[in-house]
Design a protein around this ligand. Structure first.
Ligand code: KG4
Ligand code: ZN
Length: 365
């Protein structure tokens, strides 16, 4: 690469509106010049989940402000931008359309090349942005809308080893929080309640551990929490806070056990094909969970693998990862033209069949 490349990234596939400017210099060093993320959490709070129509309108209203802020903070005028990268799927379609239209407008008006980016590729490539990890590496993407093991072979070459066949773990944390009367987002509130929980008060299932392979299921676990809650309420006339904490602790322990065991299997599969020392990377909002993070770190140590978890601001949805994915992919692909469309579903591994039920709840990522 003989000159610096500067890319403006846009992200609007779920409930965060984001814009960022990322530069790669001729030596290959990459720097995030700005990363603006405006979350819509308060807009959806009363509804117990992301409302697609509200999300899409909110994205459309503030995307241009985010772009302006990202350019100002990066001290980079549009005239210096070499490419506009935008999440063009998968995700909530109205939000993705908002981003794609904004990016197309900028590209057409200014004559800047346009790059549609798979949101999941953004997450999956983040360890290269933060830690300069060489290919190949094993990735566990674990968020509110996704849960899958991927081998990243290259900027646009991903092999899916398995994933959830129904809910994603973050979605399960959010639903469990609702079931036991804790605030959204459920992950942090369930984790915090679990700290006061005692081991062994309740026993919940560890779904799909009896099935070979790396596929997972979290929907039955959530139903088991519902039944246990109903039993407690029937017996006690309510949900005493100690029993609520115990239930949260057992739920979290079940998620930890499933993720840890399936990660063992994914690492075994990965190591069969890649004799060199493995690296396990994790991304997505659920990676913020201390118990999950430390379980994954321990599993990595069992396999003498390195463990990489990007800082939380880059694990969760952001536009720097989208700009970076475009920079990684540029040498291997062409720019898109104005026929670029928003794709609600867009599997990363083109050879792997779509998972039954995955993403039905309206894919977050
Ligand atoms: O990656 P992310 O910010 O957004 C998308 O899913 O697109 O992940 C959000 C999800 C939510 O479901 C949230 O409850 C979960 O990550 N989460 C956690 C924790 N912090 C956030 N889950 C478990 N433990 C946490 N500490
Ligand atoms: Zn995401």
């Amino acid at each position: 690469m003989s000159k610096s490349v500067i890319v403006l990234g846009l992200e609007s596939s779920c409930d965060d509106t984001a814009a960022a400017v990322v530069r790669r210099d001729p030596t290959g060093q990459t720097e995030i010049l700005s990363s603006i993320v405006r979350t819509q959490t308060s807009l959806h709070a009363d509804f117990g989940g992301v409302v697609p129509e509200i999300a899409a309108r909110a994205h459309a209203e503030i995307l241009d402000h985010c772009v302006e802020e990202a350019l100002t903070q990066a001290k980079t005028p549009l005239s210096l931008i070499d490419g506009i990268a935008v999440t063009s799927g998968p995700g909530l379609i109205g939000g993705v359309v908002s981003g794609v239209m904004c990016a197309k407008g900028l590209s057409a008006a200014l004559g800047i090349p346009l790059y549609g980016v798979n949101h999941l590729a953004g997450h999956a490539l983040t360890p290269r942005l933060t830690d300069d990890i060489p290919y190949p590496y094993l990735m566990l993407l674990v968020s509110g809308g996704h849960c899958q093991f991927l081998i990243a072979h290259g900027p646009d070459a991903f092999e899916r080893l398995g994933g959830t066949i129904d809910d994603a773990p973050g979605e399960a944390f959010d639903k469990v929080a609702r079931l036991v009367g804790l605030p959204q987002p459920g992950g942090p509130s369930v984790e915090s309640a679990a700290q006061a929980g005692r081991d062994g008060t309740f026993t919940l299932p560890r779904p799909l551990l009896d099935r070979a392979g790396c596929d997972m299921s979290f929907s039955g676990l959530k139903t088991a929490v519902l039944r246990t809650r109903d039993r407690i309420v029937a017996e006690h006339g309510g949900l005493p806070s100690q029993l609520r904490a115990d239930l949260c602790a057992e739920f979290q322990a079940a998620v930890v056990d499933v993720l840890a065991e399936k990660t063992r299997r994914a690492l075994s599969v990965y190591l069969q094909a890649a004799p060199a020392r493995a690296t396990l990377c994790v991304a997505g909002g659920v990676a913020a969970n201390t118990a999950i993070r430390s379980a994954l770190e321990n599993v990595s140590a069992e396999f003498d693998a390195s463990f990489v978890a990007p800082p939380l601001s880059l694990c969760t949805d952001n536009a720097a990862m989208i700009a970076f994915a475009a920079i990684e992919q540029m040498p291997h692909r062409r720019a898109d033209d104005l026929t670029l469309t928003a794709r609600p579903r867009w599997p990363l591994d083109k050879t792997s069949p779509a998972m039954l039920g995955s993403g039905k709840k309206g894919a977050k990522a």
